[in-house]
Design a protein around this ligand. Structure first.
Ligand SMILES: [Zn+2]
Length: 115
């Protein structure tokens, strides 16, 4: 598996907080935003301008809008993908396989080839 830094170079988990992340800006590497995936029934909340001002997502969510990707900025989607790809899905796959192990596509190919 590729290192997570390479797959998700903009996402940094916050120690001890499973649903909160720092996500760096794509346009200004000096800027990063705090993303909370648990907010608003798992829609999530980000402190970037796109989320707060551009889409007016907070206003809609506070008015009871259902969680939706249309109410998520790029930073929220990055953090969700990180959590799903790096944490949740590998653990589910290991449980489904029943052996506590999860093989990546590359590892499965290597196993098939007997290398
Ligand atoms: Zn954002």
């Amino acid at each position: 598996m590729r290192p997570e830094r390479q797959r998700f170079p903009f996402v940094t988990p916050i120690n001890g907080e499973l649903l909160r992340f720092h996500v760096r800006s794509r346009t200004d590497s000096r800027v990063s935003y705090v993303v909370d995936l648990g907010a608003f029934d798992f829609n999530g909340r980000c402190d970037c301008d796109d989320y707060v001002k551009g889409r007016k997502a907070m206003k809609l969510l506070r008015a009871g809008a259902e969680p939706s990707d249309s109410l998520r900025c790029w930073h929220l989607r990055q953090a969700r993908n990180y959590l799903l790809d790096m944490e949740v899905l590998p653990k589910l796959a290991a449980r489904i396989n029943g052996n506590g192990k999860h093989h990546t596509r590359e590892q499965r190919a290597a196993l098939r080839e007997g290398t």
